[in-house]
Design a protein around this ligand. Structure first.
Ligand code: HEM
Ligand code: HEM
Ligand SMILES: [Fe+2]
Length: 447
């Protein structure tokens, strides 16, 4: 670590770990509810648990992206972060907004729009928070010694993510229009601009750990950005099939979304290719493992399992079933959760000066969490396919089907327990690293 202000990232990473822990607890509450053990129903009904689970996910990923940006940008721009105190205020504002939203969900203060449940009043706080973040990052890049492709792609990814939050804040009387614009946020985030953030963070990590020249690593970044936009923008159509939008979306959505896996496949080839090309043996092997794991698992979860239900003829049966949850888990885990884990695994030793990555716990964490998540995906898949056949194809009653598939949630909870062991191992290492150390010669920052 070169710049003292990079240490601010630690606050965001620690917040991510805390929110992830809470997210998992809510996952278990739902897992047991699906098995028929819904003892907490009067305090935490399923809808509140679900909104909390998914919003905590989005929050800890955003906190991780912000931490990654605060860590990467000073190094890329070759200067300290412009306003470190503002970054700390921004962190506090993020936590306050998030906590208010989560408490609100439990008091039935929410909007029933999947992933955008945060009430619009609170949305304005989110906007102010993100503006503080974007200004700080932009000013640091602008006043820095150099503007690299990696920092530009990261910045535009973050800026576009902030702008795309706005269509979700418009109020419509029409359910169709509301749904139409909701996807501008949800789809264009995970299958568009977040991929830019992902490409940029992967590029940074590959430059640092493989020893391959920046020019070569960054050249491929342009191609990935191109393929992402070409497929992802019109790929939004795979959410417009049967929601009241014109019929041409069946064809447009089908064709373009079917091309989306190429961007993730490109990302996997890119990461593996650079790692093979690199001669230098970076000592932090586990950080490189998370980096490559992210590139590969994002293809499996987002690309392969996304393709599995993206064609209109399939989606008309699978829409909104547990098949979606199957894909949602592995896609989010592979692409974005593992990305944050890779970033933390790389940055923590740099920030603290300790080399805990040499221990076995780090490896155990990688394999246990990944095997656990793949098994969870399998449990959702079996439950989802059974649900499609019974409920949609045979016309059985919704609740009768839910009862019939309860057994698969035992599998889910067992797999989730294995997954959680891996996460606990990661967090134990996180705590063992301790606080970031000061940088010689850098301005001291109270973190
Ligand atoms: C990292 C990238 C991705 C993530 C994190 C992700 C995550 C998700 C999530 C959480 C949902 C449920 C959304 C909701 O109902 O509100 C969803 C739906 C969907 N995803 Fe993805 N996805 C990704 C990439 C892809 C790709 C590349 C494809 C296609 C090739 C795809 C195809 C679909 C389809 C068709 C649906 C709609 C399912 C339904 O009708 O219920 N996804 N995705
Ligand atoms: C480890 C414990 C976990 C358990 C037991 C669990 C379980 C569940 C359950 C039961 C649902 C609701 C499915 C339904 O609608 O009926 C759900 C939703 C969801 N979970 Fe988890 N989860 C866990 C961890 C995670 C993690 C780590 C991620 C992300 C990396 C994640 C991402 C999601 C997403 C995106 C949804 C919404 C899916 C959709 O829109 O269909 N979960 N989870
Ligand atoms: Fe999508």
């Amino acid at each position: 670590m070169k710049y003292s202000t990079q240490r601010i990232a630690y606050l965001f990473f620690a917040t991510s770990m805390l929110l992830l822990t809470l997210q998992i607890i809510y996952g278990f509450i739902m897992g047991f509810a699906h098995m028929g053990y819904d003892g907490l129903h009067s305090v935490i009904p399923f809808n509140a648990a679900r909104a909390t689970h998914t919003n905590l996910l989005v929050m800890w990923l955003l906190s991780g992206f912000m931490g990654a940006a605060y860590y990467i940008i000073p190094e890329e721009a070759e200067r300290e972060l412009m306003w470190p105190k503002l970054a700390i205020v921004q962190w506090a504002a993020l936590v306050i907004t998030g906590v208010t939203a989560i408490i609100g969900f439990h008091l039935n203060w929410w909007e029933g729009r999947k992933f955008l449940e945060i009430p619009r009043g609170l949305d304005f706080l989110v906007v102010v928070d993100v503006l503080m973040f974007i200004f700080n990052i932009a000013a640091t890049i602008w006043r820095g010694k150099r503007i690299t492709t990696t920092s530009s792609v990261l910045f535009f990814g973050l800026l576009a993510a902030a702008l795309l939050y706005l269509p979700g804040m418009i109020t419509f009387d029409s359910q169709v229009l509301d749904s139409y614009f909701r996807w501008w946020v949800v789809h264009l985030w995970v299958e568009g601009v977040w991929e830019l953030i992902m490409g940029a963070i992967l590029s940074y990590l590959l430059i640092k750990m493989t020893g391959v020249d920046r020019e070569i690593v960054e050249k491929w970044l342009y191609i990935i950005v191109g393929v992402t936009f070409l497929s992802g923008i019109l790929g939004t159509g795979h959410h417009y099939y049967y929601i009241g939008t014109p019929k041409y979306w069946l064809m447009i959505g089908g064709i373009f979304s079917a091309l989306e896996p190429l961007a993730f496949l490109g990302m996997a080839f890119y990461a593996i290719g650079m790692a093979r090309k690199g001669g230098r043996q970076h000592p932090n092997k586990i950080a490189l493992t998370w980096t490559l794991g992210c590139a590969v698992m994002s293809f499996v979860g987002a690309g392969f399992l996304g393709f599995a239900h993206t064609l209109p003829a399939v989606n008309m049966w699978t829409h909104g079933t547990l098949v979606t949850a199957m894909h949602g888990h592995l896609a989010f885990w592979g692409a974005y959760a593992m990305l944050i884990f890779a970033m933390i695994a790389y940055a923590l030793p740099e920030m603290t000066g300790r080399a805990i990555y040499k221990g076995r716990l780090a490896e155990i964490s990688f394999w246990t969490s990944n095997i656990g998540m793949v098994a969870m995906t399998g449990a959702f898949a079996v439950a989802g396919v059974a649900q499609v056949y019974m409920e949609r194809m045979s016309g059985m009653d919704f609740l009768a089907v839910q009862e019939a598939i309860e057994v698969h949630f035992l599998g889910l909870v067992l797999a989730a327990t294995l997954f959680s062991v891996g996460i606990v191992a990661f967090i134990v290492d996180f705590v063992r690293y301790g606080k970031p150390q000061p940088v010689d010669g850098g301005a001291a920052v109270t973190v």
